[in-house]
Design a protein around this ligand. Structure first.
Ligand code: GLN
Length: 240
């Protein structure tokens, strides 16, 4: 161990944590250890005190009901999350929280669930659910594989770029071949599955940003990713 600690904050594990998103937390914790760093796992649920020090933020998806439930609390900690994002803290938020890092999610019954507007995008429930295995492509991350399941159709506006371009699947809206969004070191994505175990390049990117920001330099170890690569291969070739 390098005696260097990275504090990982999981947002709303009680209400926003579906389709295996917990795997993202396990992957970050385990890969930090494999790289010789000491992970400190923090969780934040409604009403908790927001931790003093955070190096990396993770958040998962949830049903519309879960999104409604956390809405008020999320708006309260919004300024804190903005502050961290502006200070280049890396974050990965999936599906339900991805939508609420944007301006709003308008449900099929017309309810507006407000977001924290960290990502310049908005989401409207569509008539069909966008479900299935998905592969996207990114200049920074290569192929990204996962599984999507959402009714929301997300539209990106100025200042955010897509996380990937859809090769197979629906992505943000099923209409413009974009998937997810990026702003500074924040990544939002629809990809469950979970995303990080099968996309170690994304996990290591998040870790690199967190470690460099805190300690100036990242000294990675070589990790045996045989199983992750096998899982990637299988996921990429599954029928939609
Ligand atoms: N309720 C949202 C939707 O269906 C988010 C779903 C999710 O997080 N998987 O669009």
């Amino acid at each position: 161990m390098k005696q260097k600690t990275i504090s990982v904050l999981q947002l709303y594990p009680r209400d926003m944590n579906i389709y295996g998103d917990w795997g993202n937390v396990l992957t970050i914790v385990r890969r930090l250890e494999w790289h010789g760093y000491t992970p400190e796992l923090l969780t934040y649920n409604q009403g908790d005190a927001f931790p003093e020090h955070v190096d990396l933020v993770l958040g998962g998806g949830g049903q519309d009901a879960g999104q409604s439930k956390i809405q008020d609390d999320l708006l309260k900690i919004g300024p804190k999350l903005h502050e961290l994002a502006e200070a280049d803290v890396p974050m990965l938020v999936i599906c339900g929280l991805y939508q609420l890092f944007g301006k709003f999610f308008k449900t099929s019954s017309g309810e507006i669930i407000k977001g924290i507007e960290l990502l310049n995008l908005e989401t409207h429930a569509g008539n069909e659910r966008l479900i299935g295995n998905i592969v996207t492509q990114s200049d920074d991350f290569g192929d990204i594989v996962g599984y999507e399941n959402h009714s929301g159709q997300t539209f990106l506006a100025d200042g955010v770029k897509a996380f990937g371009t859809v090769v197979r699947g629906a992505g943000n809206s099923g209409k413009d071949a974009t998937e997810g969004a990026r702003y500074k070191n924040v990544i939002g994505s629809y990809l469950h599955g979970s995303l990080l175990p099968k996309n170690p390049q994304v996990a290591d990117w998040l870790i690199t940003q967190a470690v460099r920001r805190k300690y100036g330099d990242f000294e990675p170890n070589v990790i045996n990713d045989t199983f992750a690569l096998k899982a990637r291969g299988i996921a990429a070739n599954r029928p939609r």
